[in-house]
Design a protein around this ligand. Structure first.
Ligand code: C5P
Length: 205
């Protein structure tokens, strides 16, 4: 069984994907980390994430980069969002994601284009979303918890900009697959969102 979990930033898709993987005993890949690793490598190279050649040159990142906590930072997230626009970057990361999705026994992948591009044949497709205000609030709480002082309005602006880049790019734009089940987590706590997702998978598998 392949479970595709797509959605915008801070929608809860990562939490849900992890919980589904644990519940159904499947391996999990957070595909955003791959784009973050490329973004980080561009940053380390002193390159320009908007330049396709600089972004492609960074695709030969070492796997050790994937374990680095710095990948989770807002700054690297911004780089990731910019490098992910380039078709050559998406192509360079395709095989790795495809191999993970099609491994025997199945897998859970979360990202932006799993149900539309990476595994369009997935038995289960979920599209997790929430209002911009709620996603900004969650990100702000998370950062405040890590003692990072950043105004809520700045986070909201960043989320709006990232959504726009993900939705408006020509290659693999962020959108729900036509056969995806949309779960809006705006008014859900973590437990309720995970429960709704488990129930959806039980029904779709
Ligand atoms: O999910 P996360 O915020 O870690 O992803 C970082 C960036 O990587 C996103 O803003 C998006 O632009 C890009 N991404 C993508 N396709 C994926 C996963 C992430 O374009 N499958």
């Amino acid at each position: 069984m392949i479970i595709a979990v797509d959605g915008p930033t801070a929608s809860g898709k990562g939490t849900i994907a992890k919980a589904l993987a644990a519940h159904f005993g499947l391996p999990h890949l957070d595909t955003g980390l791959l784009y973050r690793a490329v973004g980080r490598q561009v940053q380390l190279n002193g390159g320009d994430p908007d330049n396709p050649a600089d972004a492609l040159a960074a695709c030969t990142f070492y796997d050790t980069l994937l374990d680095d906590d710095i990948l989770r930072s807002e700054e690297v997230g911004g780089f990731a969002s910019r490098v992910s626009v380039h078709p050559a970057v998406r192509q360079a990361l395709y095989e790795r994601q495809r191999a993970f999705a099609t491994q025997p026994g199945g897998a859970v992948l979360d990202g932006r284009d799993i149900g539309t591009v990476i595994a369009p044949e997935a038995e289960v497709k979920l599209y997790i979303t929430a209002s911009v205000q709620e996603r900004a609030r969650r990100r702000w709480l998370e950062m405040t918890g890590r003692e990072i002082d950043i105004p809520l309005a700045e986070i909201e602006r960043d989320i709006v900009a990232r959504d726009a880049r993900d939705i408006n790019r020509t290659d693999a734009p962020l959108r729900a697959a036509t056969d995806a089940l949309v779960i809006d987590t705006t008014h859900f706590g973590r437990e309720a969102a995970v429960e709704a997702a488990i129930e959806a998978v039980e029904q779709m598998r």
